[in-house]
Structures are given as structure tokens and as C-alpha cells.
Design a protein around this ligand. Structure first.
Ligand SMILES: *Cc1c(COP(=O)(O)O)cnc(C)c1O
Length: 383
């Protein structure tokens, strides 16, 4: 730390916002009868489904579990290829591997950094089963184009909307635009349940599979049994599922947080306006492009810098600004390289990766900290 550095606290790039109401909601569950598989789960699912305009919602233990469940419900298995973006958290592609399928990385659009429909089209072949676009930073992907490719080629669309709860595409909320949409309630995301995730769908068949998948593949519904019931205690395990259940403790927190989602998003948009105002006329910075069809809910604020990224990044860290990089292209990881993926397959994504920095963005950030980020970015650019 340098002497001129007067900042005492490290400013993280993301942080949850909890209040007394959240704490009271959790306490209420702890005093009640149901810690898991209780009424709060249904309440939370219904509330998120209603908010997003989707028919069904299934709460699970994490966003990753939600992606895994969605891949399972989509029927992904051995030999199946699933097209996704390299600019995402590894969980997106990992969920395909969990099912025995093969992630195929298509390149991103140089403006939005979202999966490019043209690149997706080039990767489609007879083994392609699904496509998992990510609403990167909270800006919805070009859903019309993705859905059109999917319809032409009989693909399932699983929207990884972990960044994008509350975002809109052509005036419609994310969550009802794809065959299935997935949310995460990790503390860095818009609303949190500690850990948690959800899959939204309008398809009843997917809904039933998702619910069964989160609890070992077991059903207690007699009309679904493949054989005779032995009595009221009976249940059947019909496929290999997992314990991916969310607790009522988590659901109560998520539900309480959901009440504040619109407020959180409004504050995020306010901060983004400040950043854009400060950076948009600076030659060294490319601010995040927004397509007119979209209204981002702004999980992340990602700039491209035309200076040396590592120096810039280190300078921000030295000034206690919690910068980050979203993301290292998934196939750069040793696990993926060992599976035969090669660097260079998505040049746009790689070019973007080399230049991006995520700046702090979360509802509880103080105005003076937003100013501090802006001042520090400007200062770091001059060194
Ligand atoms: C956070 C995130 C996930 C994983 O969610 P978890 O709740 O952490 O398991 C998956 N995909 C994207 C794009 C994410 O941002």
C-alpha cells in the first residue's frame, strides 16, 4: 500500500445487501416446524415464477445444481453436444459434462460479449442437442435469434440467467424466454439465499423431471408409479437423481430478498449511469454496449481498457478497489485443455478476455465509493 492511499477498507466487486427483515424471515423459519421441504419452498418458487411470468419454478441448492437439473431435464447424455459461450463461469459448461455430454464453445458478439447467433449456427450438427446462452453481466442474449436456430434444429434452449434476474428482452422479463431459465442466489448475485438456485419453465414435463431430479429421482405420486404401490408408505426411485434440495431457511431469505429486487436493480442502474457518465468519453475505456432490445439488470459492470490490463488491475488493487475479471475463457482451464480443447477456438472471446476489468457494483455501495472508483480508474490510466 502506498502512502497516498488513504482508503482503509477494501471495496469488493460484489456484496450482498441484508436487512433486519431478511434476518426476521430466517428466524421465523428457525422457530417453526419445517427446516426443509416445507411451505417456504413453494412460496419462493411461486413468487419468482410470478415475478418473471413463468409457469413453473423449481428451487434447488445452487445455480450449478439448477444448470445440472436443466441439462438432465433436456435429456442431455452421451454423444450429445451442447453449444455454449466461453465467457462464463465454468459451471455453465460443467453442467453438460455432469450429464456425459460435450460442451461446444461458440464465439461471442464483439459488442455485447454475448453468444453470437451466427457462431452458434456454425457449430450446429446432428449431435447438437441444446444451447446454453448466458445473459452476460445481466444483458439478455439475442433470444429471438437463438430460439429461431433452436426451432430449426430441434434444440433445447437453457438460458443461464444467473446474471440477469429482473432483466428484460423486448419488454419481457428473463425467465420465460427460453425452454428453461436458470437463476443463482449466491451472495454476489442480485438476490441471495446464501447458496441457492432455480429453474423456470413453462413446460410441465420439464417441471416434473426437475422436481424429481432434485430429490434422488424419487416420486411419491401413485399415478406416476411404474409398478403397483405396496401401501401408503410407498415411493419409487425412477432414475438417478441427487439431493439438490433448498432448505426453507434459504427459501425464506430468498423470498424476503425478492421483495427488494426492483429496488436493488434501480440502484445498480443508478451506479451504472454514474460510471458511464464518467467513462464514456474517455479514449482508453470502452464502456459496456447495450443493445436497444435489452434492459439489463446489471449484475456486473465490465469495461475494456486499451492500456495494459494487468498493470491497470494491479493499480486498482493497490488502491483497495476490488476489481475482478469475468471471465477466463472456460476452455483455458487445465481440466478443459486436458479434455482436448485448444486455445484459439473463440478469438473474439479471447480478445475481450485480455482487455476486460469488472468494477465494483452492488446496491449497498456508497456514492462516495462510486466516486472513489471513478477517481482511481482515472488515476490508474495515467500511470
Ligand atoms: C453464479 C453463476 C453460476 C453458478 O451459480 P452458483 O449458485 O454459484 O452455483 C452459473 N453460471 C453463471 C453465469 C453464474 O454467474
Amino acid at each position: 500500500m502506498t502512502e497516498e492511499n488513504s482508503y482503509e477498507d477494501f471495496l469488493p466487486y460484489a456484496c450482498q445487501s441484508l436487512d433486519e427483515k431478511d434476518i426476521a424471515a430466517v428466524t421465523e423459519v428457525l422457530k417453526g416446524d419445517w427446516l426443509t421441504t416445507g411451505p417456504k419452498i413453494n412460496e419462493f418458487e411461486q413468487a419468482v415464477a410470478d415475478y418473471c411470468g413463468a409457469e413453473y419454478a423449481v428451487a434447488v441448492s445452487s445455480g450449478t445444481a439448477a444448470l445440472h437439473a436443466a441439462c438432465f431435464a433436456a435429456g442431455i447424455g452421451e454423444e450429445d453436444e451442447v453449444i455454449t459461450t466461453p465467457l462464463t463461469f465454468a459451471a455453465t459448461a460443467n453442467s453438460v459434462l455432469y450429464c456425459g455430454g460435450k460442451p461446444v464453445f461458440a464465439d461471442v458478439d464483439p459488442q455485447t460479449y454475448n453468444l453470437s447467433p451466427g457462431a452458434v449456427r456454425e457449430k450446429v450438427n446432428e449431435n447438437t442437442k441444446a444451447v446454453i446462452p448466458v445473459d452476460y453481466t445481466g444483458q439478455p442474449v439475442n433470444m429471438d435469434a437463438i430460439n429461431e436456430i433452436a426451432a430449426e434444429n430441434d434444440l433445447v434452449v437453457i438460458e443461464d440467467a444467473c446474471h440477469a434476474i429482473g432483466a428484460e428482452y423486448k419488454g419481457q422479463k428473463v425467465g420465460s424466454l427460453a425452454d428453461m431459465a436458470v437463476f443463482s442466489f449466491h451472495p454476489v448475485k442480485h438476490i441471495t439465499s446464501g447458496e441457492g438456485g432455480m429453474v423456470l419453465t413453462d413446460n410441465e414435463e420439464y417441471y416434473k423431471k426437475l422436481k424429481q431430479f432434485r430429490t434422488h429421482g424419487i416420486t411419491k405420486a401413485e399415478e406416476e408409479f411404474t409398478g403397483d404401490s405396496h401401501g401408503p408408505w410407498f415411493y419409487e426411485q425412477q432414475f438417478l437423481g441427487y439431493n439438490y434440495r433448498m432448505t426453507d431457511i434459504q427459501a425464506a431469505l430468498g423470498l424476503s430478498q425478492l421483495n427488494k429486487l426492483d429496488q436493488f436493480i434501480a440502484r445498480r442502474r443508478e451506479i451504472v449511469r454514474e460510471y458511464n457518465r464518467a467513462f464514456s468519453d474517455m479514449d482508453e475505456i470502452i464502456t459496456p454496449y447495450q443493445h436497444p432490445d435489452t434492459d439489463s439488470s446489471w449484475h456486473l459492470y465490465v469495461i475494456q481498457v486499451k492500456v495494459d490490463r494487468k498493470e491497470m488491475f494491479n493499480c486498482l488493487l493497490e488502491h483497495n478497489i476490488g476489481a475482478n475479471v469475468h471471465y477466463i475463457p472456460v476452455y483455458y482451464h487445465p481440466y478443459y485443455l486436458n479434455q482436448g480443447y485448444e486455445k484459439g477456438i473463440c478469438p473474439e472471446a479471447e480478445k475481450i478476455y485480455n482487455k476486460i476489468i469488472t468494477l465494483p457494483l452492488f446496491p449497498a455501495i456508497k456514492d462516495e465509493d462510486v466516486e472513489r472508483v471513478i477517481e482511481t480508474v482515472k488515476k490508474c490510466l495515467q500511470t
